[in-house]
Design a binder for this molecule. Sequence first.
Ligand code: ATP
Length: 269
Amino acid sequence: MSLLTVRHLHISCRNKPIVKNIDFTVRQGEWFTLIGESGSGKSITASTIGGLLPKEMSIAAGHVLFDNKDITHLSNKEFQKLRGKEISYVFQDYQSSLTPFMKIGKQMDEMIQAHCSLTKNERREIALQALEDVQLPTKRVYNSYPFQLSGGQLQRASIAMAIMLNPKLLIADEPTTALDSITAVHVLEVIANIKEKINCAILFITHDLRLARKYSNTIAVMKQGEIVEAGTKESVIYHPSHPYTKRLLGAVPTIKSSTSPAKLDLILQ
Ligand SMILES: Nc1ncnc2c1ncn2[C@@H]1O[C@H](COP(=O)(O)OP(=O)(O)OP(=O)(O)O)[C@@H](O)[C@H]1O
């Protein structure tokens, strides 16, 4: 069943086209990856879905349907109700997801309060459970300020905030780019486990074909504001049809167009 449908979407910035007629569907519970070169429009597409387009940009045409509702032109207030509850974000820049001089627990508590009428104890239980789900020491992190945590812990705390109200869609926009490679693997495993636990869909934005191959059900390849190829992971990675996708695959060290699927699996592990 489709959860998110983006139809004929055009986004422009002062009349300059940024995203050009893109179409894709994310099904309930699937891991959908948007991959492509820097500046191809991945983040702008992701920000449109939750009503976070930069002021200078606008939707020139097209529609975004979420959970059978047209959300293309919701007001800021309506988007605020949706964000954090139904659609959540995790960004590369996890520092800006958290207020610097407020304890993590208080930030989580305020966010739950903004969306649900629950008692203080119930809110605390939800926050502690989410911190446990992202494998953080719950009480210590709940009572910490952001500056008392490492980068990997901060990113996991921001994931906890994003998933604590069981969103249907988690948009993870290059969530590991600012982390070292071992921490990055851990953070992605945390996201994969959460997906299984709450059965949310993931819209994952990345440059990294290895990550796309490891986690995705479906991959869409973007180039200069357009989706040039989309399909199941198997079709895009093992049988790419667009020259740009072939170049992306060729850019992964030691992969040649003649590399067999079995060898590709080994290289991309
Ligand atoms: N606030 C903004 N104002 C004007 N142009 C912007 C703004 N943000 C992004 N752009 C432009 O929109 C285009 C798409 O940017 P976007 O951030 O979506 O690319 P991306 O594919 O996510 O790249 P990256 O992988 O580097 O994050 C780029 O040309 C970028 O320069």
